[in-house]
Design a protein around this ligand. Structure first.
Ligand SMILES: Nc1ncnc2c1ncn2[C@@H]1O[C@H](COP(=O)(O)OP(=O)(O)O)[C@@H](O)[C@H]1O
Ligand SMILES: [Mg+2]
Length: 274
């Protein structure tokens, strides 16, 4: 990477010469900054040899043994594996909700695994949108208020009504969660995550509590969101049929990555059967 500097004073020039292998001519400096070792600039998310051990008294449970993978910006990635494989642990670490035992996790060129508590709070608040299996809506707030609540804590939120319209709930904004179906509640949860205008959207078994057709329409909404708005979406699921809709498929087994593959034949959710 090259940086061009025009310097009047000598301090910047001296710094560049001393620390970055810069070349200076008259008052123009070209600083040659080496890219971070082993990092490809198109990579958005990177897990490097991540291990996670839970300690339960004397017992140690290895949730993740040695997990490494990469995801590019704007991709729709499905992480698939049996129950207990380590999917939620991966998502919680990626979302800044859990810490790792060793290894490192990078997002957009920054090592999030070295963040302190305060940095993790800011990261969860500003950069990540979450969608959970059981929606986690506030029961005594309307759909619109649920979305607004999340938007309030963000730097650059999207308009709640606009996002609710986007997810097909323009006419249900004043309803409380109990007045909405499971699929509609999950749409509110997706709207709530999107209103934060996040860098990435993390979904843990987002259709786990929904019937077949409703689940399909929620997945179509997630796929659409990724395509239209360029948000990087990571969905974890035990349902291997969903791999067909992804750009990238990461298969996990017993705390390790079994395979990572790119999908040459991406299928619309409507055409997937399971
Ligand atoms: N907080 C925890 N304390 C102890 N063990 C845990 C904890 N969370 C997960 N585990 C264990 O780690 C393994 C992976 O769990 P998890 O990531 O939830 O898998 P998945 O989401 O693929 O079902 C499982 O054996 C699980 O019991
Ligand atoms: Mg899980």
């Amino acid at each position: 990477m090259f940086l061009f500097y025009h310097t009047e004073g000598g301090i910047v020039k001296a710094f560049l010469l001393a620390f970055s292998g810069a070349v200076c001519y008259n008052n123009m400096c070209i600083a040659i900054i080496p890219p971070r070792k082993g990092i490809d600039m198109s990579i958005f998310i990177e897990f490097q040899n991540v291990r996670k051990i839970y300690k339960m008294g004397e017992m140690e449970i290895a949730a993740l043994r040695d997990v490494s993978f990469e995801i590019e910006k704007g991709e729709f990635c499905v992480i698939v594996g049996a129950s207990g494989a380590g999917k939620t642990t991966i998502l919680n670490i990626l979302g800044g909700m859990d810490t790792l035992t060793s290894g490192s996790v990078w997002l957009d060129g920054t090592e999030i695994s070295s963040y302190n508590k305060k940095q993790l709070t800011a990261y969860r608040r500003y950069d990540v949108g979450f969608v959970f299996q059981f929606y986690n809506l506030v029961g005594n707030l309307t759909a619109k208020e649920n979305v607004e609540l999340a938007a309030q804590i963000c730097r650059d939120p999207l308009d709640a009504e606009t996002v609710l319209q986007q997810v097909g709930l323009g006419d249900r904004m004043r309803n409380f969660p109990a007045q909405l179906s499971g699929g509609e509640q999950q749409r509110v949860a997706i709207a709530r995550a999107l209103a934060k205008n996040p860098k990435l959207l993390l979904c843990d078994e987002p259709t786990g509590a929904l019937d077949y057709n409703t689940g399909k329409s929620v997945l179509a909404l997630l796929q659409d969101t990724c395509r239209k708005h360029g948000v990087t979406v990571v969905v974890i699921t035990h349902n291997s049929a969903l791999a067909a809709m992804a750009d990238r498929i990461i298969t996990v087994k017993s705390g390790t990555v079994e395979s990572v593959r790119m999908n040459d034949h991406i299928v619309d959710v409507a055409d997937i059967e399971w």
